[in-house]
Ligand binder design. Structure first.
Ligand code: ADP
Length: 298
């Protein structure tokens, strides 16, 4: 009996899923076809990385995904920050649970976004995820192969911090990745890790779309003036040194912290503020850059 095909390579001989590799078992090949079948339907895939936790990576991922969805694009947001899945809280979706069918799991749909997060699978938000490496890798893979993402214009991936096994598997599984956005805070101790993130992307041939320096200065909630209360510029300097794009500096803004806690996405509710305009400008640069790269390659 002929094996059921899960990936229609449309007879494209260039498609990596068309043939079983020599060193691949039937099971591995079937898995790869399923993964390719998902990824083939997603136009652009962006990963948001950071060297450390707590620098605003999820904030950037949520706002970027929301801004794209507000422009009428079909957007998926995949939260694979396994040890700190904050995306459900940031979108006010803590009480959502996942539904599944014979074809797999359905992402939670909200305001034009399709969202998948480990947070939806934890029974209690206080639960700690204590998994060994292979289990984490298995979940990351399942989030891509067993979730019905459908046709998407963009998939934004909120990766775990650092340059360890988990971000590595994400970058290896999601092929090709259109680019990485690296988030840091301005302090030297955090910004130094940006170098590692940039080198990580270079080694994996993931284009760096740029560096964002978050929590850079403080924006007055009354007049919108930005004051540099602490040293700034660490992220910008490293971006320049390593010849990658510096996308901009987002100030510390009480409204961002509040939006994250209350599930009211900042870019939706505060796009006209000083910080909202800075964030929108950063998002525009990311999408313009991707469009340019696409034109160059087509
Ligand atoms: P990470 O994903 O890097 O761990 P988060 O995006 O979860 O970081 O951000 C950590 C905390 O800092 C969250 O409470 C978030 O709302 C807050 N935050 C992020 N960026 C800013 C900012 N520019 N101004 C104020 N608070 C911020």
């Amino acid at each position: 009996m002929e094996e059921k095909k899960t990936c229609d390579t449309r007879g494209d001989a260039g498609c990596s899923a068309e043939k079983q590799k020599k060193d691949e078992s039937r099971e591995e090949y079937a898995d790869r076809r399923r993964l390719d079948a998902t990824l083939c339907r997603i136009q652009k895939k962006i990963v948001v990385l950071s060297g450390k936790g707590g620098v605003g990576k999820s904030t950037v991922a949520v706002n970027l995904a929301t801004a794209l969805a507000l422009n009428g694009l079909r957007v998926g947001l995949l939260d694979v920050d396994i040890h700190g899945p904050s995306v459900p809280t940031m979108l006010g979706l803590e009480n959502e649970t996942l539904k599944g069918g014979p074809e797999g799991l359905f992402p939670v749909e909200f305001g034009g976004l399709k969202i998948m997060s480990l947070g939806f699978l934890l029974q209690n938000p206080d639960d700690a995820v204590i998994w060994r490496g292979p289990m984490k890798m298995g979940v990351i893979k399942q989030f891509l192969t067993d979730v019905q993402w459908g046709d998407l214009d963009y998939l934004i991936v909120d990766a775990p911090p650092g340059t360890g096994d988990e971000p590595l598997s994400i970058c290896q599984l999601i092929q090709p990745l259109d680019g990485a956005v690296i988030v840091t805070t301005p302090q030297k101790v955090a910004a130094i890790d940006v170098r590692k993130s940039i080198s990580f992307c270079r080694r994996l041939a993931v284009p760096v779309l740029g560096v964002i320096e978050n929590m850079s200065g403080f924006v007055c909630p009354k007049c919108g003036e930005v004051t540099q209360i602490l040293p700034t510029g660490g992220g910008k300097k490293i971006a320049e040194d390593m010849e990658v794009n510096f996308l901009g500096a987002i100030p510390m803004d009480p409204a961002i912290a509040q939006s994250g806690d209350t599930g009211k996405v900042f870019i939706y509710h505060s796009s006209k503020t000083t910080t909202g305009k800075i964030m929108q400008d950063i998002i525009n640069q990311i999408t313009d850059d991707l469009d340019k790269t696409k034109k160059l390659n087509s």
